[in-house]
Design a protein around this ligand. Sequence first.
Ligand code: ADP
Ligand code: MG
Length: 585
Amino acid sequence: MDKSRINILSEEVVGKISAGEVVERPASVVKELIENSIDAGSDSIEIQVESAGQMLIRVADNGRGMNPEELKMACLPHATSKIRQIPDLDNIRSLGFRGEALASIAAVSQMELTSCCEGSDSGFYVYLESGQLLRSRPAGRSKGTTVEVRNLFYNVPARRKFLNRESTELAEIANVVGRFILSYENIEFRLKQSDRCLLHAGGDLDAAERIRLVLGGDFADHLMGVSCSGEGFSIRGFASLPSCTRRDKRGQLFFVNGRFVRSKLLSDAVFVAYRSMLERGKYPSVVLFTEIDPSSVDVNVHPAKLEIKFDDEKTLKNAVIRSIKNEFDSARKAEEGSPDLSSETDLRSQTVNADSSGGPPEEQSEFSYDFTVNEDESQKKEYILREVNSFRDDRKTPADNIYQVADCYIVRLAREDITITDQHAAHERILYEYLRGTTENSPIETQNLLFPIRMELSARETILMEKVIDNFRDIGFLIEPFGERSFIVQSVPALIKDRDIKTVVEQILNDLFSVDLSKVDPVNELIKLTSCRAAIKAGDKLSREEMHSLVQKLEECELPFTCPHGRPTMTTIGKKDLEKMFRRK
Ligand code: ADP
Ligand code: MG
């Protein structure tokens, strides 16, 4: 008989696979280790990294520590001191609870832990490689824990290769530490690479000062405090004035019971609160802290605990909208009586002026970064900003360093790298997000055609067209029947007005024949087909301006790196890649 083809995986393989869920990159290690330090009651946490965490991540805290037994157990899979039984899952007050982080990190690195708990006169040390405990011994340490993670992914070469450039990884680590700085006002955080201090928030830094440190002066100078509470929850935080916006949502940070989460619910609420005041493509910055009864949220819906499910979504969403809108209302009231200001900010009816709306008093704007070591303050500030922004800045290209190759690829040359964008995939992504955003958030922006287009369809096409004509309308195509088998296209989504509409609609119909419309959401299907068919094609010649506008719009996308089918939209060849190609290193 044939040998069974099904194997039970060895513990080592299982460990590595599940490690992949928790430990995606150096920043995820930093996040998990800081969470443990906070759960251990620390009020001072120092994070040291080398080569953006790929060589070393060291997190040292002054928390309650572990005794030798606990220390040996902590790195076993599913070892946690934070929950015991199923009901505990409904009442999670700690950041960790899955008992996976240390085991996962240990599985893909060389890890040492030194810890000492209260009342003990010496500490203990353990060393693990690929999750195996190799050495342990007593070791000197004051109360607290130090975890050192070396050579992350040394035993998972595929993952190691997948890591981004160091500047990107470091920026992500700074983002992670920044979020904790915002959320834990009473904890001192210090992030260092080599002997350079990248971020330092003393334990005495208040919320607004932490915002200035982490999110920059622009937001800190144009924010308003928001707060609101309801049964079983309270919300407080800061929201930017409508005059202070970004082109992406990166300034929107949500915390629930201290934990940073991504939340469509909360970001939609923010969108609604600002809707009438902002242009398309402009996003406010907000930092919102929600405290909520742990039994009414589920934090166990994402391996890295980055997502959360609320029991009563509607009430919470409304509360967020209200907390922000109330501030606008009172700002507007304060502004009444100073009519000369409203003309400066074109915000339709709900005008709020940055200077007159109860922003922070003068002396707060004087605050500068609190760095400890005696290097030049402004130099450091610039350094961090550069690091954190490096990812975006690298792609800003001087006007003439952009070329079209093979009538298909947009090539941009920067000082240290070359970025290649697939013009079709990029445009497809842009159109997709545009069409989808419009249906989700606001009425569609349509363009009436100066010369409406008449289309003669076959019998089969006519039947299909009648079926989807309303769905077409949902995404901005106004198409009307005009006799037996003719239709007139009156208006189209504004962004595609210059494309060959007749061909686009014909192709979409043609594509729709192979889709089972009873099994999919027809609007979503139309969005996908329209973005594909209306996108610039390979072979289309583009002017410099068109190329610039395309790459800029792509950068504004929420998911700029892939087209809706998952193909890459752009790739970067960095200095390191070039060195490799020419075997310099
Ligand atoms: P979890 O945080 O989900 O419990 P981890 O794998 O992150 O799982 O940690 C396992 C256990 O190790 C924790 O429950 C805690 O008891 C202990 N531990 C980890 N880090 C620290 C630390 N810095 N200080 C004290 N105890 C710690
Ligand atoms: Mg943990």
